[in-house]
Design a protein around this ligand. Structure first.
Ligand code: 13P
Length: 263
């Protein structure tokens, strides 16, 4: 079943960017764009994922808008609660600071920080127990795609976490399909290829959970204003996880508008 009735999400993942003054300016510019031409909250959920030290200040900046724009953590500890874990921030402490959304499983964390299925399951479990909403990222490498393994890899990444997500908790998950070869490279998956993978993910979700047709599946990988409309037109693409283009308020706004207007 297609997911075209799902409210789209457009989330900006700032990764390890930008400096404080630029982050504040970006949010200010984005707020002005929304004030001039609002994007209806029911037509598109919006969010920014800043560096961890900026989460609460960005959240305060966004609070003065007359619509909700989520503040999203880029990561969460594999350890729950509180204790002697230098450098870590748990799901409970994120929640305590008012942060309810978190990215888990981004390919940069899987590859650079060696986060495997075992670690990701702990993060997912902790975030769900703290009643956070998770944007769980999946995606294949170029080698895996060229070897014809893309679908199997992506479906396995979803199966990896299924054992720690209860029947009702699937409503607190969003999936982001981000083919690694399309991240930061300027190479977007064609709308046909992205739609085909999203449809497979939808099929896979439907086999795991009764909520499969309700789960938003976002696309990420060189999303920009120039390709957002055609990606948004695909029935199983329910939004975008935007890296580079989210560092420019105008570009991010245009992507959000494309999803709000096309869906
Ligand atoms: P780019 O949009 O820069 O390709 O990054 C995508 C991404 O990794 C978002 O999480």
């Amino acid at each position: 079943m297609s997911g075209s009735t799902i409210t789209p999400w457009v989330i900006g993942n700032w990764k390890m960017n930008p400096v404080k003054a630029d982050a504040l300016q970006l949010v200010e510019n984005f707020k002005q764009l929304l004030q001039v031409q609002p994007i209806d909250e029911n037509k598109c959920y919006l969010g920014f994922a800043p560096i961890s030290i900026a989460l609460t200040s960005i959240q305060s900046e966004l609070a003065s808008l007359n619509r909700v724009v989520y503040t999203v953590a880029q990561d969460v500890s594999r350890v729950a609660g509180m204790g002697a874990y230098t450098g870590e921030v748990s799901a409970e402490l994120l929640k305590d600071h008012g942060i309810q959304y978190v990215l888990i499983g981004h390919s940069e964390r899987r590859e650079i920080f060696a986060e495997d299925a075992h670690i990701l399951k702990k993060k997912i479990s902790n975030a769900l127990n703290a009643e956070m909403t998770i944007i769980y990222c999946v995606g294949e490498s170029l080698e895996q795609r060229e070897a014809g393994q893309a679908e199997a890899v992506v479906l396995q990444q979803i199966c990896d976490i299924a054992s720690v997500v209860s029947a009702e908790q699937w409503q607190n998950l969003v999936i982001a399909y981000e083919p690694i070869w399309a991240i930061g490279t300027g190479k977007t998956a064609s709308p046909e290829d992205a739609q085909a993978m999203h449809a497979k993910i939808r099929e896979g979700l439907n086999q795991i959970t009764a909520l499969g047709s309700k789960i938003a599946i976002l696309y990420g990988g060189s999303v920009k204003p120039e390709n957002a409309v055609e990606l948004a037109a695909c029935p199983d693409i329910n939004g975008a996880l935007v890296g580079g283009a989210s560092l420019n308020a105008e570009s991010f706004y245009q992507i959000a508008q494309a999803f709000a207007n096309t869906k």
